[in-house]
Design a protein around this ligand. Structure first.
Ligand SMILES: Cc1ncc(COP(=O)(O)O)c(C=O)c1O
Length: 365
């Protein structure tokens, strides 16, 4: 954009601080351990049954606005009312729907505020800024758990409308202490506290019981990390009255009919295969943890997710580039600066991919 473009004065000023998400190109044949995806494709049998289910989708009709079958499958799984579920094109979209819905500034404030600890999932900040809300954050503590004193002080100071807590957290892979999560829920009774369960399949820890005790709690879930990233299906489980408000903001056809049908098939008929893939990833994480910890010079944070948070001895950008040269793509956090300059995140792959990753990592240090 040139500074003289006719639309420059019309742009929301916060956009100047944002960059569009442009992933680095992936070298052909490289092992991709940068996006927290599952390394396991569906089996041939599963693909065949999915193809049959998708062939029945009436493509000449608009999708079901309420995604009734998918909504009911999720509600049955989670033992909630179907009206508690808000579906989106990935949980990314749902984060945007929540921010767009809860966007009214508090009395006396110019902007609505959003709070999250750092480092965490970048879309909380990105989405807040792009929708004109103000992001506020405090660093996690030395163990990458919530720093409760700093968090409670920030809640008092900024009075956020929305609080995002991913547990396990991305990129640290850590679970936040249950008592600290509960303390945040108590401390922000007039904010929506979103417990983001994107990686809960790998920790086995869910927050249904905690959320049930707090009318200000919501949960966020996605199919992306358990082997279905291409579907773009995520959802929130909210108090139904709040879900009804969010439904006013949601585009009626945000979830296409093929994704709806595929998600239903995966949550029902293909469920055993999806769950088995998650178990394989967890088993591989447990195999990999001591091997990574034994690499001299690394500081590896114990992971409850499907990735590892690793400090390398020097600039993570250099190490990640050297690994890339060896055909293994990982995610460096050097660009965040400060204590993250030496940090990178490595997704758990197949056993063969992980062995090649270890080799590439040792050779790149
Ligand atoms: C904590 C967390 N929440 C939500 C998401 C968004 O996932 P999706 O939009 O694919 O559902 C991610 C993706 O990386 C994540 O790490």
């Amino acid at each position: 954009m040139t500074p003289t473009a006719w639309f420059a004065p019309l742009l929301r000023p916060e956009l100047a601080a944002l960059a569009a998400y442009v992933p680095a190109p992936i070298p052909p044949g490289a092992i991709r351990l940068d996006a927290n995806e599952s390394p396991w494709a569906l089996s041939d049998d599963a693909r065949a049954s999915l193809a049959e289910a998708l062939a029945r989708v009436p493509l000449h009709r608009y999708p079901d606005v309420r995604a009734t079958a998918l909504r009911e499958a999720i509600a049955a799984d989670e033992r909630v009312h179907p009206d508690a579920v808000v579906l989106g094109c990935g949980s990314d979209e749902v984060i945007g729907l929540l921010a767009n819905t809860l966007a009214a500034p508090r009395p006396g404030a110019a902007h609505a505020a959003v709070f999250f600890p750092t480092p965490t999932f970048v879309m909380y900040r990105q989405t807040a800024l792009s929708l004109g809300l103000r992001p506020h954050s405090v660093p996690l503590d030395a163990a990458f758990d919530l720093d409760l004193d700093a968090t409670l002080a920030a809640l008092r100071e900024h009075r956020p409308n929305l609080v995002f807590l991913a547990s396990p957290n991305n990129p640290t892979g850590t679970l936040f202490s249950a008592d600290r999560l509960a303390a945040v829920l108590w401390a922000a009774p007039d904010a929506l506290v979103v417990l983001d369960e994107a990686y809960a399949a790998f920790s086995g820890v869910r927050y249904a019981a905690l959320a049930a005790q707090h009318p200000n709690a919501g949960r966020l879930q996605t199919l992306s990390k358990v082997g279905l990233a291409a579907l773009r299906v995520g959802w929130a489980i909210l108090p139904p009255a709040l879900a009804a408000a969010v439904e006013k903001v949601r585009q009626p056809y945000n979830l296409n009919a093929l994704s709806q049908a595929a998600a239903v098939h995966c949550l029902t008929a293909l469920r055993p295969e999806i769950d088995a893939a998650v178990r394989r990833i967890v088993a591989e994480r447990e195999r990999l943890a001591p091997l990574l910890a034994a690499v001299p010079g690394l500081d590896v944070t114990p992971s409850a997710a499907n990735f590892f948070w690793i400090a390398v001895p020097d600039d993570a950008a250099r190490v990640a580039a050297a690994m890339r040269e060896r055909g293994v793509v990982v995610r460096s956090f050097h660009a965040h600066g400060g204590s993250l300059t030496r940090r990178m995140r490595v997704t758990v792959g197949t056993p063969e991919e992980n062995d090649r990753m270890l080799e590439a990592l040792r050779a790149s240090l």
